[in-house]
Design a protein around this ligand. Sequence first.
Ligand SMILES: *[C@@H]1O[C@H](CO)[C@@H](O)[C@H](O)[C@H]1NC(C)=O
Ligand SMILES: *[C@@H]1O[C@H](CO)[C@@H](O)[C@H](O)[C@H]1NC(C)=O
Ligand SMILES: *[C@@H]1O[C@H](CO)[C@@H](O)[C@H](O)[C@H]1NC(C)=O
Ligand SMILES: *[C@@H]1O[C@H](CO)[C@@H](O)[C@H](O)[C@H]1NC(C)=O
Ligand SMILES: *[C@@H]1O[C@H](CO)[C@@H](O)[C@H](O)[C@H]1NC(C)=O
Length: 406
Amino acid sequence: MSGKDLLVGLFLLLCIQSSLEKPYHGKPLSPVILMPGDGGSQFYAKLNKTSVPHVFCEKVTPEYFNLWLDVYELAPYFIDCFTDNMRLVYDPKTRTTHNAPGVDIQIRGWGDTETVEWLDPSHFGFTSYFYYIALYLESWGYKRGVSIRGAPYDFRKAPNELGGMYKKLQALIEETYTMNNNASVTLLGHSMGNPVTLYFLNHMPQAWKDKYIKSFVSLAGVWTGVIKTLRLFTSGDNLNVYVVDALKVRPEQRSMVSTAWLLPSDRYWTADEILVTRPERNYTVKDFKQFFQDLNFTDGYDMHLDTKELIRDLTPPGVEVHCLHGHNISTPGRLEFGPNMWPDSQPKVIPDDGDGTVNIRSLHACTEWKGKQKQNVYHKQFDGAEHMEILKDPRIKDYLKSLLIS
Ligand SMILES: *[C@@H]1O[C@H](CO)[C@@H](O)[C@H](O)[C@H]1NC(C)=O
Ligand SMILES: *[C@@H]1O[C@H](CO)[C@@H](O)[C@H](O)[C@H]1NC(C)=O
Ligand SMILES: *[C@@H]1O[C@H](CO)[C@@H](O)[C@H](O)[C@H]1NC(C)=O
Ligand SMILES: *[C@@H]1O[C@H](CO)[C@@H](O)[C@H](O)[C@H]1NC(C)=O
Ligand SMILES: *[C@@H]1O[C@H](CO)[C@@H](O)[C@H](O)[C@H]1NC(C)=O
């Protein structure tokens, strides 16, 4: 079956499914704002570069083109061009990042949903993101661009560099409230979108939150970091796209401040738990300095220092929380590098419980807020709900339906 047939089949299936849903007519709906996670916003790039990694990489483009995610950009031949356009450059003096020289990045569709519904604008099969959730909401009477809105942002960065986005987010929430007859807003985050939202809520006055926010629904939230980031820094990670060579995307993965931000927290991993082993040395949460030195990547340690306190204390968000995540899926728990494997070979992975990407203790950490804020904190875990698949899980659909329209 060709990709096209698959898409047509999927489309028909969805038409049938959505025709079974009755539109909802009742009290004002709480509008929903979608907060994407790592990799969950589309990027467009325009180039005017003086140097490129290969002669066949484009140096100058007259227009913006789709950089993330375009599955062709990840093809083996072009991956070095992609990596060189997508990477951030860290300035250890100002402790800030900027795009690679000669690369201009646009993140489009603020307030709309299109650019967070699909990772690839051509809607390539496996690249759906919030698409199914938008579809469910629409079947309950929601309208894209009015009562379902998206907040795409530069997911390479951590909250210390997202100040401009947070200003826009406040305005988007206030605008959405007004557009929907003063109905307070439901924030719905996925993965890293949740700690990004937490940081925002931690910095807004309580009176503002009481007025504008109805609840915060977190799917697969990364609250206290994730072991997988250690692999991004060492051997690189092929993003589960088998044609991608992990080492070739590693420079880009290392350059993302958000990767450093999501290193495992020393509040949730103890100093005697070994996270990475190699014949010469073991590393725990107390050994990140040594870890980055041994990788010859000390910028990574600086980025860690810049970001480690941002949400370390998990200050309660001060709004009603619905913390939903999967469990009972094998998830990287420890990395073992044998002789001559560090850091370029893929390590042996010792499994932990989690949702396939995020460790269970990090997913679960939102329960810390129970009793620490006056608003309710609901927590529910779903057996086998994988980190990405949770976005189309029927159990999540049911949960959202009863939360939003009953
Ligand atoms: C590219 O940058 C050079 C300077 O580095 C500038 O002279 C040129 O006008 C730029 N070209 C475009 C298409 O922006
Ligand atoms: C929304 O609130 C504003 C200011 O509080 C008020 O002027 C307006 O009438 C309200 N609109 C609706 C539809 O309730
Ligand atoms: C790393 O930890 C393991 C397990 O505790 C231990 O057997 C090994 O000796 C340690 N290696 C080094 C180099 O300290
Ligand atoms: C780090 O740099 C040193 C000295 O240049 C080199 O010997 C070592 O192999 C490098 N290590 C890695 C992991 O690249
Ligand atoms: C975990 O999954 C296994 C099957 O993979 C199942 O038998 C078991 O009941 C699940 N455990 C929990 C706690 O849900």
